[in-house]
Design a protein around this ligand. Sequence first.
Ligand code: IPE
Ligand code: IPE
Ligand code: MG
Length: 234
Amino acid sequence: MALVPQHIAIIMDGNGRWATSRGLPRTEGHRKGAETVTRILEAAQKRDIKYITLYAFSTENWKRPSEEVDTLLNLFRQYLKKDLSELEKKSVRIHFIGDRKRFPQDIQDEMNRLEKITFEHDKYHLILALSYSGRDELKRAVQKLITHVKDGILEPSDISEETIVEMLDTAGIPDPDLMIRTSGEQRISNFLLWQLAYAEMYFSPVYWPDFTAEELDKAIEAYASRDRRFGKIK
Ligand code: IPE
Ligand code: IPE
Ligand code: MG
């Protein structure tokens, strides 16, 4: 069993509390959190983590006050145009998972552009979960499957775990080995419900804006000491 996880998925939580605890508006926490993304992506590459998935905005986060949603949209816009375009030069393939149709057209265009120009990269993969939830992804997967059955492409008896996996937003991406959630909360909050079936869980008390490469190392160390059995007996 590999000691270094091939795929780490992170629920980047605690931006709001980081800001509030300093007497700052929540949106400052999101700004600071965006800097952490860059820092952690660099650290992950140095540690040769091939896949990293970041939960940046959930389907449910659309229900937050419009000022907060607007700030987040502006940050995504900036991040996509500037920081992610930089990654293009570093052999990173960028993927977006989630219902991107809910974003303004210019953000969708940028997502499509980044996916297209990094399509051939394979050294590292960055998967950004935006307007994502596990249940919404499964709902959309079921819709696709039913359409295939209706069109005669699939028989109901052809449906296997593999065909379901192909319908998910994460098709082609291996399941996460390690799931990290920051900020002390210990729940999945509708993240990769299918894909986390056998992931190791690690909960860090640190708010996302304060998360560092050292904190990432603690999670990787904890992972290395886990005994992954996948239901079998050694
Ligand atoms: C995570 O931080 C970022 C998003 C969900 C967009 P939060 O905004 O959830 O911060 P807390 O959990 O309220 O502190
Ligand atoms: C999960 O965090 C979503 C992201 C980090 C993007 P939330 O802050 O939205 O989750 P809950 O509300 O604490 O479960
Ligand atoms: Mg939160």
